[in-house]
Design a protein around this ligand. Sequence first.
Ligand SMILES: [Zn+2]
Length: 260
Amino acid sequence: MTDNPDTADSQPPMWSRRAVVVLSGGLDSTVALAEYLERGYLIQALSIDYGQRHAQAELRAAYAVAAHYGVRHAVADLSELGPLLGRSALTAHHGTGAVDVPDGHYADESMRATVVPNRNAILASVAVGFAVAARADVVVLGVHAGDHPIYPDCRPEFLTALNTLVKVANDGFAPPVVDAPFLTFDKAAIVARGVALGVPLELTWSCYRGGSVHCGTCGTCVERAEAFTVAGHRDPTRYAAPANTDTLAIDATGEAVCSR
Ligand SMILES: [Zn+2]
């Protein structure tokens, strides 16, 4: 279990608590930012360009979200890192060795092509360094339960191990707690929480292909559309092609569920 920043004895008073939110510009991190604003934290958003295919679309969204909330926003440019991270569909997108983003459902085995080696440990390490320097109390990640099957660096044991590392690596320098407030949420629950918090979800970006509108057929587009459907909220996203949510079915309780 991660320390709960709201109950830990050593935490400063609420009015002075600071959180560094790793803001990709996606739905999850944007709602996480709103969640920590709601909890009364001073927010410093941090976006990281690690050479991902959809970096420009993500950064546009992150700028828009940060501007909407009037929070400070920094961008770390690690774009030269991308080519060193092998043949992930997210980072191998130039030249003859390019790997296409697969179409299909987010939970499909084919989505393994989108795994970037050690990605969240890299991003979190940058954010933790920033947070220690900025004397922030918490680093906030937007990872959630829907990520767990494919992405090992989105699972609870990753977060637990990361917090142990952060304490050891920053001993004596007020190490922040790394929190993932939606670690046990599915995507639909995040949509619902975002709607409840009044988050401008239309500003957020999910598509792994980048561009000016969501493609509607890659795993993250399908997952996004599905989440709005399950949550019962209108999807404000513009898709180039209708997102395929045919994999949804209605179970005996009347709940929409994914059939894969
Ligand atoms: Zn897409």
